[in-house]
Ligand binder design. Structure first.
Ligand code: NAD
Length: 338
């Protein structure tokens, strides 16, 4: 089906979105706006026709069947509010908003339009295998998630590492656990004194008693070259441990290890009964292919009753509530409820 798509913002992540629409055969209906002339030029240089590139949302809004918001995070609210008020279907890059009040205000504007938040890793093939393992019970009862997302890269001007990076693995954690956490214990640091965190240690406590620990930062090394931010290094590891085994994802080296292990009590000692490690071969997905998978889920949600991959209540408002709790916990130096 032909669709008119309006992409708002064409910064660093813009070309990946463009490549995703192209891979889906939908780039002919793509219109891009960016207030920055250099960004518009980059967009034309990548082959988007002159009359599909503009500087103001109003130029292409009326004809847009759906809108993708790729502006800086601290601009999302002002960009999205009029779009939702006029009934547009939105794909909003993560995090949906900079504050909880903004997230709730956007949610309250929704009627029957579809809103999906850009939680990239939900569409990643490695994560999808692990989610299936969890849902099929092959890891048993989930006990602990440990995740690390850090490395030297530019400190963004629109959010800290919590809003930019931790959100990915907080969301991934909630998705695996099938619930939002009840409480949070966190420490954040702002070594550069710019009003945004550059290091955070976060613990999330889930209704089942399971726990997650997430370390993020741009002041400590990463092990691999990053495939999304050129010139930066990253460690992106996500480990889910349950009563029947564990799944270890290394997103940067594209490896998945499935440990089939259960602790058993014998002669008064708990010992691991290790039934081996599986390393399934999973074809590498380029970032544009993962984004294309997110877009496919969004289009499915538009065409049918399928819920979006990352909906506004859980992934917009729920996530904003968690981020709010993280900052309260850090400033009060104690565990806080959501
Ligand atoms: N899902 C992911 O893995 C992922 C990866 C990268 C970025 N992101 C998210 O995507 C968003 C954009 O990231 P980026 O790295 O491309 O940012 P960026 O700062 O490189 O680019 C943002 C672009 O938006 C434009 N812009 C500024 N104000 C605007 C406005 N009011 N309306 C329209 N455009 C405006 C800027 O001129 C710039 O070209 C952020 O929210 C970020 O968190 C998500």
């Amino acid at each position: 089906m032909n669709r008119n798509i309006l992409q708002i913002g064409f910064g660093n992540f813009g070309p990946t979105h463009l490549a995703a629409w192209r891979s889906l055969g939908l780039a002919e209906g793509l219109y891009v706006i960016d207030p920055d002339a250099a960004a518009r030029q980059r967009c034309r240089d990548l082959g988007v026709p002159e009359d599909h590139v503009g500087g103001a949302v109003t130029e292409f809004l009326e004809q847009a069947d759906l809108v993708v918001v790729l502006a800086p995070t601290d601009r999302h609210f002002e960009v999205c509010r009029p779009l939702l008020a006029s009934g547009k279907n939105l794909f909003i890059e993560k995090p949906m908003t900079a504050t909880l009040a903004e997230a709730e205000a956007l949610r309250d504007l929704c009627r029957d339009q579809v809103v999906q938040v850009g939680f990239y890793f939900r569409a990643h093939p490695l994560a999808q295998i692990v989610k299936q393992e969890v849902d099929d019970g092959r890891l048993g009862d989930l006990r602990y998630i440990s995740a690390r997302f850090h490395g030297y890269k530019r400190a963004r001007g629109d959010s800290g590492v919590v809003g930019n990076d931790a959100v990915h693995f907080i969301d991934q954690s909630n998705w695996m656990m099938g619930a939002l956490p009840l409480s949070v214990d966190a420490v954040t640091r702002d070594h550069f004194g710019r009003g945004y965190d550059d290091l955070a240690l976060i613990r999330l406590f889930y209704p089942t008693g399971a726990m997650a620990h997430i370390e993020v930062g741009c002041i400590q090394p990463g092990r691999w070259n990053d495939n999304i931010v050129p010139g930066s290094t990253q460690t992106k590891e996500f480990v889910v441990s349950g009563s029947e085994g564990a799944a270890e994802i290394d997103y940067q080296s594209h490896q998945l290890r499935l440990h089939r292990v259960r602790h058993e009590l014998a002669d008064g000692l708990w010992r691991p009964n290790n039934r081996g490690v599986e390393m399934p071969h999973v074809p590498v997905a380029e970032p544009y292919q993962v984004v294309a998978a997110e877009f496919s889920a969004f289009l499915n949600a538009l065409d049918s009753e399928t819920p979006p991959l990352a909906g506004i209540e859980e992934c917009g408002v729920g996530m904003a509530r968690i981020l709010d709790a993280i900052y309260r916990s850090s400033s009060q130096e104690k565990r806080v409820s959501l």
